[in-house]
Design a protein around this ligand. Structure first.
Ligand SMILES: [Zn+2]
Length: 307
């Protein structure tokens, strides 16, 4: 057996120690790596778990939010429908209130409108002796044929008469008011005069009850134009004034009460009655006479007579 020198022994021991240290370090490192690897694996799996938890929590939150959204949306839409229904009901009420107030206005207007103003007067139906119009106004002297007479007319008719006379003048037509309101007493006196002068038969033919009723209303006027010698005669229908009136008087609410060949009274081309623009326009466009129209139809125009 070969023996080692003292130096060799030291060297071998030295190598041995170094080798042992290397092995120990290597072993330690392996163990350490193993431990770390296990921890990494553990952490990885924790991360995976956390990720999956997060994903499911997110999904669940999303589902919850969506569900809430759907619930809120449907609640909102239900509420909107409810509001819509209430609005509709409110609209209905407003309509009813509107209709009621319209009816009320009509009733108030009617209650203030004299129902006699559109009545038909005949040999059997005429105005009471005591009837006097609610309000009467003076026709301006400039518009009267005879300036010594003071003519009165229903106050609400006056502006219509004046605008008709003025518009006629603008068209070169001269219209004068010859007579207007006549009280029962005046009419009786007038008829008395006629009777004395002409005899009862003639007096009845041109100053009879129907005409007098209309003058007693305060809404009827007799018109005249220059060139007729100041007398109301049938020849008035040959004048420019009469032509103009047949074409335009309805626009101011006037109608010819007793046209030619009417079955109610003698022909009076000068005698015009205010019935309101709507009724006068209806009669004009339908080519009808006031006295030929049913009283119930006429009465539907009463509420608008002064519009
Ligand atoms: Zn008359």
């Amino acid at each position: 057996m070969k023996s080692f020198t003292h130096e060799q022994k030291h060297l071998i021991i030295g190598f041995g120690i170094v080798g042992a240290v290397i092995v120990a370090v290597a072993v330690y490192s392996l163990i350490r790596m193993n431990i770390l690897s296990t921890r990494i694996n553990g952490l990885s799996s924790e991360i995976t778990t956390l990720n999956s938890d997060l994903a499911s929590t997110t999904a669940s939150l999303k589902a919850t939010i969506e569900q809430s959204h759907i619930t809120l949306s449907s609640a909102l839409s239900a509420e909107q429908q409810h509001v819509g229904t209430i609005q509709q009901q409110l609209g209905g009420f407003q309509n009813q209130v509107g209709t009621l107030s319209g009816t009320l206005t009509t009733l108030q207007k009617l209650s203030k409108t004299d129902p006699e103003l559109l009545k038909k007067y005949s040999k059997v139906f005429f105005l009471s002796d005591n009837y006097v119009p609610a309000r009467l106004s003076e026709i301006p002297k400039a518009n009267e044929y005879n300036e010594n007479k003071q003519l009165l007319i229903h106050t609400d008719v006056l502006p219509h008469v004046l605008s008709m006379i003025n518009d006629a003048a603008s068209s070169g037509v001269t219209l004068y008011a010859f007579s207007a309101y006549r009280s029962f007493a005046e009419q009786r006196a007038l008829k008395g005069e006629y009777t004395v002068v002409y005899g009862a038969g003639t007096a009845n033919s041109f100053s009879a009850d129907q005409g007098y009723s209309e003058h007693q209303l305060g809404t009827a006027l007799d018109f005249i134009t220059p060139g007729l010698g100041g007398v109301l005669e049938d020849t008035f229908d040959g004048t420019k004034a009469y032509q103009w009136m047949t074409q335009n008087a309805y626009k101011y609410g006037f109608i010819l009460s007793y046209p030619k060949n009417n079955g109610y009274f003698v022909y009076e081309p000068w005698h015009w009655r205010f019935v309101g623009i709507k009724l006068a326009t209806f009669l004009h466009t339908q080519n009808k006479n006031f006295y030929d129209v049913d009283q119930r139809t006429i009465d539907t125009y009463l509420v608008d007579i002064f519009d």
